[in-house]
Write a protein that binds this ligand. Sequence first.
Ligand code: C5P
Length: 404
Amino acid sequence: MVDADQARNPPVIVVGVTGGIAAYKSVTLVRELVRRGADVTVIPTASALRFVGVATWEAISRNPVQPGLFDGVAEVRHVALGQRADLVVIAPATAHALAQLAGGFAADLLGTTVLASKAPLLVAPAMHTEMWDNPAVQHNVATLSDRGVHLIGPITGELTGGDSGVGRMAEPLDIAERAFGLLGDQSWSGRRVLISAGGTREAIDPVRFIGNRSTGVMGVALARAAIQRGASVTLVHAHLEVPLPAGVVGISAGTAAQMRDAMVSHAPDSDVIIMAAAVADWVPETVSDTKIAKRDIGETWAPVLVRAPDILAELGAVKGPGQLLVGFAAETASKASEREASARAKLASKNADVILLNTVGEAVGFGDVETAVTIFFNASPQSLLVEGTKTSIAERLVEALQDR
Ligand code: C5P
């Protein structure tokens, strides 16, 4: 939505469209940027115009589109657009476009605009998996990333040839969200954040498991909030019921043991670690290779469970200097004083820096619902109560961590 400030002083976004079939999806991207109040100028390359024409870009952006380097020379457009821009987005970026960006080529209006701009550059690559995997392309991506260019995607999914794999352009609405994030607070830029999300499942036999009701909404909201502020985020996820946010590196870890291994191996490279996943506390001692039949068990059954690794405590024991460790405490006790005492005890016993206490129950706390979380800091006797949607709670938590 457009607020009054944006209407007076809209952010100026240049959208470069290069010659891939995903160009048609960038129509949705441009429409969303305009809907959210941006002043958008589209620069299609010559090959992009073979997919979507000038009339479409002009109608959707509500600005004239003059794609040629020698159009409007009197206005010195080849530098004027770049100088005016608050943000440059290139979507889709083909393998050729990545090479041109990495090489600093100024062969067309988009190339000159990028070189003339000091604004952040967001690039959404799209190509076939084989091309994306090619060392030349990966080298160009690494060059751009080292240079501070923001990359989003590509994601895994269906590709144009009917095949599927990595290479699909990030979803237009995710690109728009990231674009607006780049126009805002980027105070987490350069921070490496490791988050766990979802609920683990521990197999009893090939068809049964012990699990929990976590959906992963909170961990995903935290990942999104950190990405919005410019962090690089690795999300270790177990059985999410919501999609992975664009821009995260996702690692699937469905059991407590898998999650432990993933978290322990990535922790040394992380500045902030958030254990938002609901991890099993006990796991079956043995897993049957075949489905356990009722006739073999009888009327009651007490499978032996053994303690699962306590990942948060393990990460706390090896916490590096400057590393911030955040845990959750899901409590069902009805007395607030008992819930708080338990959260404070976890803060100490697991050597965490921050614990988020949320009350859970049959109809409270799970999924994309409004909830209340109390944040406890080891360095302070005070706590902070945050209420609202999980998205707004995640934003507030990231703000609160910012000061630590
Ligand atoms: O001890 P408790 O399970 O209540 O602590 C909750 C916190 O510990 C959460 O942050 C959760 O992600 C983490 N945890 C863990 N490993 C477990 C169980 C919980 O890291 N096996």
